[in-house]
Design a protein. Sequence first.
Length: 281
Amino acid sequence: MHDESLSAQDEDKPKNFAPGYRNYLICIDESGTGGSRYYGFGSLWMPWERRGDFNKLIASLRSEYRYDYEIKWNKVNSRNEPFCKALISSFFQQRYLMFHCLIVRKGYIDKSFHGQDAPYDQARRKHFAMLITSKIKFFAERGVKKAYHAWVDPLPSRYKKAAEAAQLIINSTLKQRLKHPALHSLQERDSKATPGIQVADLLLGAVVSAWNNESTSKSKLAIAEHIALHLGWQDLRADTFDKEWKFNIWHFYDPTSGDSREISTRKATHLYQTPPYRRRR
């Protein structure tokens, strides 16, 4: 059984809450950090004020499809395929929900820049920070001090204070770019109790699996095709243009590698033509 209820602490306003501004909640997960060719980080974005609406949406879908288990890409099967498809359609229909991910080819990582001890570990932490920093900058308005709060599945790192270190790195960069440390909190949370991280896992898993050509399951292939359908694509082996706000795939490509760019950039032609979410002041 899965508890969708928010704790009393979650219902409270976070510290440094900026009333009158658009405050974001970012739910983050990772995928493909084992032996896959590509790995990535995925982030589900919503206004902090709409997190209750999001939880009601998930609870409603669970009730309709009688699904009471963790939402996870690795658990997609024929029994929960209808639920997952309905969830994906609901995501694309909700104007306030956005998904942004960063996909990295492991072969591009230069170990000499990431220390001798566990270089991939350090590289992943840097890519995680790069995604959040870049996307906060994307969603921020010039001169407006908005608050961003991140919930992340425990980072795959040997460093026990990886989340704390990541927040310091992110805010150091944001102070230079936005003139203030916009990421007010970054908490590691159990994905089993955090629906936003679960949805990020499902969407990211489909993208990374497509890039790695991993899925043989009919249900997983059907879920990936269902996401692609909403983008006007035949599959998910592509990245999007920078300004794609709803479902953004960012491919970290290293032009100094000497390799040709193996992934093309496609324009998303959404099945549901929702207007862009206003990054209002």
